[in-house]
Design a protein around this ligand. Structure first.
Ligand SMILES: NC(=O)c1ccc[n+]([C@@H]2O[C@H](COP(=O)([O-])OP(=O)(O)OC[C@H]3O[C@@H](n4cnc5c(N)ncnc54)[C@H](O)[C@@H]3O)[C@@H](O)[C@H]2O)c1
Length: 251
């Protein structure tokens, strides 16, 4: 891989939702830069297959909506790999529908995985990071945080992540901890593939750079934001979206 160094040598990086898509791409990148990666996903089988390729990694079946499972996972990572230096809150699901049709289960699934899950994981690692005076927390929002037709639940969760991260950035600032957010646009992952084809194609045509993004392009941004060198960057939302979040383009 080009453009990578060993910035993460000696670091323990924990990534949720790491069995596929962006989580797996980020885990690969952190591992390529020398990190020991701890992967968590609710789909334990797929995760085990994914982690087999990453030497020295640790895979665990974890549902981030359960505080108990998250606490157990973080304790196990500490035991096996060491304390978590970098946390990537990446797990997320979509359950789209217009607001008048969204049921409570669709609302809860999306908000619980993205937002409550990120809270559980952050809380589980934060005291340890504070004690050691070092930490990097990255959360995966979405361009939809600004609002997106048919995604009231998802937009609420993804906007919530931004408020949470900015607050964590304030609480962590004096302790060597940064908290940042990436807001991806349309990235080529199984989640994107699961969208209805006409919706996906319509959206893709609106990307100013003229194509959907690659998971590696999110990993590139993550590798910067979670690096030691980015210690002065905190509380930001980095759009990695080919310009789709810029506004109306009449191209
Ligand atoms: N792909 C995109 O275009 C895009 C755009 C914007 C934001 N995002 C966000 O990026 C993140 C990753 O997206 P992706 O496209 O790789 O999605 P994906 O569906 O391909 O992968 C998400 C992973 O999260 C896991 N997961 C789901 N619920 C979980 C839970 N309760 N506990 C632990 N793991 C759980 C899934 O099993 C899956 O492996 C998500 O938060 C998503 O909302 C993706």
């Amino acid at each position: 891989m080009t453009g990578t160094g060993q910035r993460y040598h000696g670091r323990v990086v924990a990534v949720t939702g790491a069995a596929q898509g962006l989580g797996l791409a980020m885990a690969r990148r952190f591992a390529a830069e020398g990190a020991r990666v701890a992967l968590a996903d609710v789909d334990g089988e797929r995760l085990a297959a994914a982690s087999a390729e990453l030497r020295g990694s640790m895979a665990a079946a974890v549902d981030v909506t359960s505080a108990e499972q998250v606490d157990r996972w973080v304790a196990l990572v500490r035991e096996r790999l060491g304390p978590v230096d970098v946390l990537v809150n990446n797990a997320g699901v979509i359950r789209d529908g217009r607001v008048e049709q969204l049921d409570d289960a669709q609302w809860a699934a999306v908000v619980d995985v993205s937002l409550r899950g990120a809270f559980h994981c952050t809380r589980a690692v934060f005291a340890g990071m504070k004690e050691r005076g070092y930490g990097r927390i990255l959360s995966m929002s979405s361009m939809s945080w600004r609002g997106n037709f048919g995604q009231a639940n998802y937009a609420a969760a993804k906007a919530g992540l931004i408020g949470m991260s900015r607050t964590i950035a304030l609480e962590g600032a004096a302790h060597g901890i940064t908290a940042n957010v990436i807001a991806p646009g349309l990235i080529d992952t199984p989640m994107l593939a699961s969208m209805k084809a006409p919706v996906r194609e319509k959206l893709a045509r609106r990307v100013p750079v003229g194509r959907v993004g690659r998971p590696e392009e999110i990993a590139e941004a993550a590798a910067f934001l979670c690096s030691e060198q980015a210690g002065y960057v905190t509380g930001v939302v980095l759009d990695v979206d080919g310009g789709i979040g810029l506004g109306i383009s009449l191209r």
